[in-house]
Design a protein around this ligand. Structure first.
Ligand code: SAH
Length: 233
């Protein structure tokens, strides 16, 4: 059987590349996303009452990696890339149907110039990700406080992040046009985006990531992420 799915919209996010996107939603609370609805769903009635819910489920398509296919076993980054688990025992992006799901915070709805937009916070989605469905998060059913989370029982340990004098000046310069830029950089880097195999090697490497149209460079010095520069690309 084959099923045809039409995305209900597309999300705009600060994450222009996969590198450095946190591994789950909520880890970088300052990451805002704006969902623009497709022609078919571009009607405010589709969202009537949604503001009653503080959190929403987004179902989406891992569009950037969907053509890479899948294998039964994957190496979750949480296990340092050294152990394999069945793909259905992980949240890997490389899966049959390439479907993702994220709980995000509701941040607002607008309808301007005849375009319906839903704003959400705490996202882990790449810019341009097709959104397949949106559902309210229902705490009594969706939250299971005593559930066991296997290898991902707790959120990852955070790394300290400091800004060089230059980076501090640059972040202040950009702040008016990039709301919450300082906290976004801090939250993203505290997740330690380096690949697991870099963590005990490559000591002097300068890393770079893209947020919005900004290139952010940092180095790991004595277990701390030191932001060196923030530059417009
Ligand atoms: N919360 C989701 C995603 C987990 S995997 C779920 O559990 O299904 C998280 C990773 O997905 C991020 O680190 C990012 O690199 C990747 N990702 C986000 N959007 C993507 C997209 N559109 N295509 C491919 N990979 C994407």
């Amino acid at each position: 059987m084959s099923i045809t799915i039409h995305p209900i919209g597309t999300i705009r996010t600060p994450y222009k590349e996969k590198f450095a996107i946190p591994r789950q939603p909520g880890l970088a609370k300052s990451a805002m996303g704006e969902i623009s609805f497709s022609k078919e769903c571009n009607d405010p009635n589709y969202l009537r009452g949604i503001e009653q819910f503080s959190h929403l489920w987004l179902l989406f398509h891992f569009h950037q990696t969907a053509d890479k296919g899948h294998t039964p076993l994957v190496r979750p980054p949480r296990l340092g890339g050294n152990h394999k688990l069945g793909v259905f025992a992980t949240r890997s992006t490389f899966r049959p149907n390439a479907m993702g799901m994220s709980v995000v915070e509701f941040a607002g709805v607008s309808y301007q110039n005849k375009q319906l937009i839903l704003t959400v916070r705490g996202i882990d989605l790449l810019d341009g990700t097709p959104i397949l469905d949106i559902k309210p998060y229902v705490p009594y059913a969706d939250s299971i406080p005593n559930a066991s989370g296997g290898m991902a029982q707790h959120s990852p340990e955070l790394m300290a992040v400091i800004f060089s004098e230059q980076a501090n000046k640059q972040v202040q310069k950009f702040a008016p046009n990039y709301p919450q830029l300082h906290s976004l950089i801090l939250e993203v880097l505290s997740q330690d985006p380096r690949p697991a195999y870099h963590q005990n090697s490559h000591p002097d490497k300068t890393y770079g990531m893209t947020l919005y149209d900004l290139n952010i460079q940092w180095q790991v010095i004595e277990q701390q992420n030191v932001v060196l520069t923030i530059q417009k690309m």
